[in-house]
Design a protein around this ligand. Sequence first.
Ligand code: TNX
Length: 495
Amino acid sequence: MNSCTDTNIHLTPTHTLSETPMIPYPKKVSDDTLSFALSNKTVVQTNSSVKITDFLYNQLEKRGIKLENPAVKNKIHRGIILDVSLENDNNEAYTIAITEHHLTINGASQEGLARGIQTFIQLIPSKEKNSNYYAIPSGYIEDFPSYSYRGAMLDVARHFFTVDEVKRYIDQLVQFKFNKLHLHLTDDQGWRIEIKKYPKLTSIGGLTEVGGTTGGYYTQEEYKELVKYASDRFIEIIPEIDMPSHSNAASVAYPFLNGTDTEAIAYTGTNVGFSSFNTHNEKTYEFLDDVLKELAEISPSKYLHIGGDESHSTKKEDYIYFINKVGKLVNKYDKIVVGWDEIANAENPKNSIAQYWADIENTQLAQRKGMKIILSPAQKIYLDMQYDSLSKYGLHWAGYVPVQDSYDWNPETLVEGIEKEDILGIEAPLWSETVFDSNSLEYMVFPRLLGVSELAWGKNPSVDWNNYRKRLENYKAFFEREKINYYPSKFIDWK
Ligand code: TNX
């Protein structure tokens, strides 16, 4: 091990720090004229945890740089320094100071450091031919997120996604500083999470999916494995059980749940709103109590999503009665209720969160009730909306959503009356009526997800669509390197 061999390396950077096409772009970037030479001989000094050190090594290895030396605690003369001493109330804030000798990432917490590591990874240019070094331009970055909730949602109910497919998506999300993955675990077409007390939910309810192909489900052990995998990458998984509608699969498994005296028939189409739990049967709530208890036990997130959307076949007063009761059950297991914007019509326990997807009035009502809002406007960031009429996959009930539309909007002025302090964050859903594997998922998600990441992180006031578009042009190399199937929008001059 010899870090001294690097001492005389002086590389001329091919571009400045501020010209590096980072997404999301940091809040403050200042340039210097030198560069830090990165190679697989670079040493790392850290006073942080094994978790974060492993994270750095793994992220670098994915980028093609396998560090040969283990991290050290004592002072190094040249190399990467990981620090967690930044004083900032925002726990995801970080700074990166780059000189010829040191690249120092300092986080306000482990999370901050993790976000800083992602920025560092984006600073790595391609290597010059015949060189062992990557020249990282020197300078200083100061950065913090504007929103603490930066999410993606994956619908694993309409089509099932395997554990490995979900892990692959997590690996992609972390690179753009997302910190939440909301899993839509149940719907009319399938129930995807094992509940030990009700085995038929998965053995019968889990069998189906849209189009009549075989579905699937996660055992509780697999779910915990996903939670751990995400958490090792500083992402939190939020589970959703959608109710009282979107519940046909549960009623197929346990017919008492829908209360119509007719057995529910497995559904593999794509209509919405036809099913409902029986809101006036105490047994429904006993069932839900058991389900929520088991789910809360395997889900460390403080949030639990109860759906609540499109309950077209539930009377309004029954809907309100139901959401009120289920909200209390969620609280009983120490979780905070999250629901689609319709839940604003119910009482909702303190701290409940409404997710805006389509209805402005519901969202304004939620705000008046003191609820915080997650923004998921269908017309902007429903990643299952087609880009244009030529899109291979996707729906277009909310219109076509080209790359520019999904980026070029302002969360703080989108819904009248909803201001910065009302917004918990931003989440981009991917509904899976038309997508069914990583390939089709990625086609819908990339490149739009990158734009969402910048909105959710919060735009540096100096960037706009044109500036973003120029940065995005460089990501063809990223998609190719990562073997990501992206939609090559013709509005982007891919490099
Ligand atoms: C609306 S968004 C739904 C979903 C569909 C989606 C398709 C929401 C809360 N409900 O059930 O899958 O549109 O884009």
